[in-house]
Ligand binder design. Structure first.
Ligand code: PLP
Length: 428
């Protein structure tokens, strides 16, 4: 083991390697992005040294005058971005944000209804291997096999049959928009709370490019590092606060507001001290997202995804739901005689990063899968536009159709490495 108090070259050499990997390749993982230099600087700042349990102005530690201001700015910018009355910016990740909501709203054993993981949902929405599926009783809705779309009537049927206390909408691999109005009607008809997890499309929603969930969904969570293009993390938001519907009271017998329950759900419910360096980086990213430049970025992400989906379809690939409204798409590779595992492994040889992904009604395991998921958030940050998407799909097709020919794969890799020299990581 090599250690040094002054310079840990073992780790810094690996960071340099990772930097080069990101720089030289094409990043299509739908949940990834490249943050700006100032977001990175804040994430690596002295704020990491500070303990600040509690909320701005109400801390359990001294010396919080500066981080109080940082955290308040993060909250205020997030409120401005999504037109909110309340937000908590402390969740360390998207899964933590969801866990805090569950703790605030539910009792162990309560029923929840979420989007099926194998149809594009997220682990933290009731998967049996996640705390959400172990401590609560999960039920699921999915997409239709023929269309790849969610049938809202079927969601309603399941909701009426199982009567969950919480309905979750949002996904990790669903390329279409959500009918929040219909979902709220369904939630109201059974007295359920409606939670939207907008982790993937948050950046597009912030700029009005997709349906706005905030008037319909009681609570909204998101990660901050996907289309929102911030540091890794999570947040919980509400446009309107409300007295909790399940009669949870304070020790004095007063009904608690949902905001107070959610704050407690984060700390002390599921976390200790907040990461103030990460909250500073979130504040900067929210500031960036408030700009006109970010609107142009978000629009380009969406345009790039549409072109990419069309190009895949034109080359005979099966895009689930035949297209996309947001930044991502899910591709069933079975018509091409490939698995997700083969696709992921062969594309990485050419420095193209995608992830293998289950497709709805998949007949393969999660380690093999029949599909791959691709998204445009990261490459749009590097400055690529529609014509570049055509070229990327060409290169992907070249690799997939010749995945056993090392010379073809090596030629594609060379082309990509040369091409990417013109595109710094953060450009847009
Ligand atoms: N929710 C959704 C819809 C996601 O797609 C993800 C991550 O991919 C998460 C939650 C979890 O976020 P994290 O990895 O930050 O815990």
């Amino acid at each position: 083991v090599q250690t040094s108090l002054y310079r840990d070259t073992e780790i810094f050499d690996l960071i340099t390697k990772e930097n080069n990997r990101q720089l030289h390749g094409i990043e299509l993982i739908a949940s990834e992005n490249f943050v700006s230099p100032q977001v990175m600087e804040a994430a690596g700042s002295v704020l990491t040294n500070k303990y600040a349990e509690g909320l701005p102005g109400k801390r359990y530690y001294g010396g919080c005058e500066v981080v109080d201001q940082v955290e308040q700015i993060a909250i205020d910018r997030l409120k401005a971005l999504f037109n909110l009355t309340w937000a908590n910016v402390q969740p360390h990740s998207g899964a933590q944000a969801n866990m805090a909501v569950f703790l605030a709203c539910l009792q162990p054993g309560d029923k929840i209804l979420g989007f099926n993981l194998s149809h594009g949902g997220h682990l933290s929405h009731g998967s049996p291997v996640n705390i959400s599926g172990k401590y609560f009783q999960p039920f699921f809705y999915g997409v239709e096999q023929e269309t790849g779309l969610i049938d809202w009537n079927k969601v309603e049927e399941t909701a009426h049959k199982e009567r969950p206390k919480l309905i979750i909408c949002g996904a990790s691999a669903y390329s279409r928009d959500w009918d929040y109005v219909r979902l709220r009607q369904i939630a109201d008809s059974i007295g359920a709370i409606l939670l939207a997890d907008i982790s993937h499309p948050a950046g597009l929603i912030a700029k009005g490019l997709l349906n706005d969930p905030f008037d319909q969904c009681h609570i909204v969570t998101t990660t901050t590092h996907k289309t929102l293009r911030g540091t890794r993390g999570g947040v919980i938001m509400m446009r309107n606060d409300f007295p909790n519907p399940f009669g949870i009271t304070t020790p004095k017998g007063e009904v608690r507001m949902m905001s107070s329950l959610l704050d407690s759900g984060v700390f002390p419910g599921t976390q200790g001290g907040p990461l103030e360096h990460i909250i500073a980086a979130k504040a900067i990213a929210f500031g960036e997202a408030l700009t006109e430049n970010f609107y142009n970025y978000a629009i380009q992400v969406q345009k790039n995804a549409r072109v990419m989906a069309t190009e895949f379809v034109n080359r005979g690939y099966k895009v689930i739901s035949d297209g996309t409204d947001n930044h991502l798409m899910l591709i069933d590779l079975r018509p091409k005689g490939l698995t997700g595992k083969i696709a992921e492994n062969s594309l990485i040889q050419a420095d193209i990063t995608v992830n293998k992904n289950m497709v709805p009604f998949d007949d393969k395991t999660a380690m093999t899968t029949s599909g791959m998921r691709v998204g445009t958030a990261a490459m749009t940050t590097r400055g690529l536009v529609e014509k570049d998407m055509v070229r990327i799909v060409d290169l992907i097709d070249d690799v997939l159709m010749n995945h056993d020919k090392a010379t073809t794969v090596a030629a594609v890799k060379k082309e990509i490495n040369t091409w990417m020299q013109d595109y710094p990581l953060f450009q847009f």
